[in-house]
Design a protein around this ligand. Structure first.
Ligand code: SD4
Length: 324
C-alpha cells in the first residue's frame, strides 16, 4: 500500500474507533436514518388554505403533529367559516361551544369538549395531551386549563352568527343542514417526511344543538383516529351517527385488515346506512389515508370533498357518495 493511502486509511480507522468509544457512533447513525418520503396533507372539505399551510410546513421538514395543528388553526381563525372555531354557530342558547382533538404518531391523544371563549381548541387539546395525565377535558375545567396555559379568553360569537341564531330562534326548527356551504368540520391527516402520521379534528358542532351537546369530532376513535402503523381517518357530518359506529376507528381497523382507504371508508358509511333507516336525512363522510399516502373518501350525500396538498400542488377532490 502506498504511504499516503496507508495514512488516510489508518486515520479513518482510528477516527472510527475513537468515535465508537465515545458518544458518536457513525455506523449506527447511518443505519438509523430513515428514508425520507414525500409528505401529504389531507383534510375534510375544500379547506385548501388549511392543507396548504400544513403541506408547506411538511415540505419544510415540520413534523406531522405541528403541521396538523397549524393547518386546522387556519379554519379555527376563519370568521367566514361558521362551523369551526371563532365565528362558529352557537348552540340554541347562544353559546359558542367548541370540540377538538389531536393525535400524535406515538398514539397519544388530547381532546377538549364544550370549550368556550378560546379561538384555538386544537392547541388546547395538544396541551391536554402533552401537559396533563389526561386525554379529555370538558367545559369549565377545559377553559380554566386553557387560561392557565396562556390562551386568551375572547368572545367567539360574531355579529353574523348572532344574527343567524336570532333568525333561527323565530321557529326553533332543529334540522342539521347537509353540507353547509360546502364546508363544515375540519378533520386533517398529515404524513411527514419521516413517514409519521398525526391527525386533528376541530368543530363548533352542529348549529343550534342543545346546550351541553358534544359531537363525534373530539371523541378519539369517532371523529378521528390515527395508528401510525396503519394510517388514519377522520369524519364529518352527523356526529351522533359517527359516534354510534366509532367511525374513524372502524375505518383504521378495516385498513388494518387489508382494505384500501377507499374500501374502508365505503364500508364504514355502509354500516350506518344499513343500521339507520333515517340515513337520507343526514350526512356522514369519512376521509382516510394509509401509511403509503393513499387516500380514500366516501359519504352518504354527494357534495362532500377533500382538500389535499402534495408536491406543491393543492387540490380539491369530490368524494364518491352512496346517494348519487
Ligand atoms: C358534529 N361532526 O358535531 C360534527 C359536525 C360536522 O359536518 O362535522 N358537521 O357532529
Amino acid at each position: 500500500m502506498k504511504r499516503r493511502k496507508f495514512i488516510e486509511k489508518s486515520t479513518l480507522t482510528m477516527t472510527a474507533l475513537s468515535l465508537s468509544n465515545g458518544l458518536f457512533q457513525p455506523r449506527l447513525f447511518a443505519m438509523n436514518q430513515k428514508t425520507k418520503i414525500t409528505p401529504v396533507a389531507v383534510a375534510t372539505w375544500n379547506f385548501q388554505n388549511a392543507t396548504k399551510k400544513a403541506g408547506e410546513m411538511l415540505y419544510n421538514g415540520a413534523t406531522a403533529l405541528d403541521a396538523v395543528e397549524q393547518g386546522v388553526r387556519v379554519e379555527e381563525s376563519n370568521l367566514k367559516n361558521t362551523t369551526v372555531g371563532n365565528g362558529g354557530a352557537p348552540d340554541r342558547d347562544g353559546n359558542v361551544t367548541l370540540d377538538a382533538c389531536i393525535m400524535n404518531p406515538e398514539g397519544n391523544a388530547g381532546s377538549v369538549v364544550y370549550l368556550q371563549h378560546i379561538e384555538h381548541p386544537v392547541s388546547v387539546a395538544r396541551k391536554v395531551m402533552e401537559e396533563t395525565p389526561h386525554v379529555m377535558l370538558a367545559g369549565e375545567g377545559a377553559l380554566q386549563f386553557a387560561i392557565q396555559q396562556g390562551f386568551k379568553k375572547q368572545d367567539l360569537l360574531t355579529p353574523e352568527s348572532e344574527e343567524a341564531w336570532k333568525e333561527w330562534l323565530k321557529d326553533r326548527n332543529y334540522k342539521p343542514i347537509i353540507n353547509i356551504e360546502k364546508h363544515d368540520t375540519i378533520g386533517m391527516l398529515c404524513l411527514d417526511e419521516n413517514g409519521d402520521m398525526a391527525g386533528a379534528c376541530t368543530t363548533s358542532g352542529l348549529a343550534y344543538k342543545m346546550n351541553g351537546r358534544v359531537g363525534d369530532s373530539p371523541i378519539i376513535g369517532a371523529g378521528l383516529f390515527v395508528d401510525n402503523e396503519i394510517g388514519g381517518a377522520t369524519a364529518t357530518g352527523m356526529g351522533e351517527a359517527v359516534m354510534k359506529s366509532v367511525g374513524s376507528f372502524l375505518v383504521v381497523e378495516l385498513m388494518r385488515q387489508g382494505k384500501t382507504p377507499q374500501q374502508a371508508c365505503e364500508e364504514a358509511v355502509m354500516r350506518t346506512i344499513k343500521k339507520d333507516p333515517k340515513y337520507k336525512d343526514f350526512q356522514v363522510g369519512f376521509i382516510a389515508m394509509n401509511k403509503q399516502g393513499e387516500i380514500g373518501s366516501y359519504c352518504i350525500h354527494k357534495g362532500f370533498s377533500y382538500a389535499k396538498f402534495y408536491k406543491g400542488e393543492s387540490t380539491d377532490t369530490p368524494s364518491d357518495s352512496y346517494l348519487k
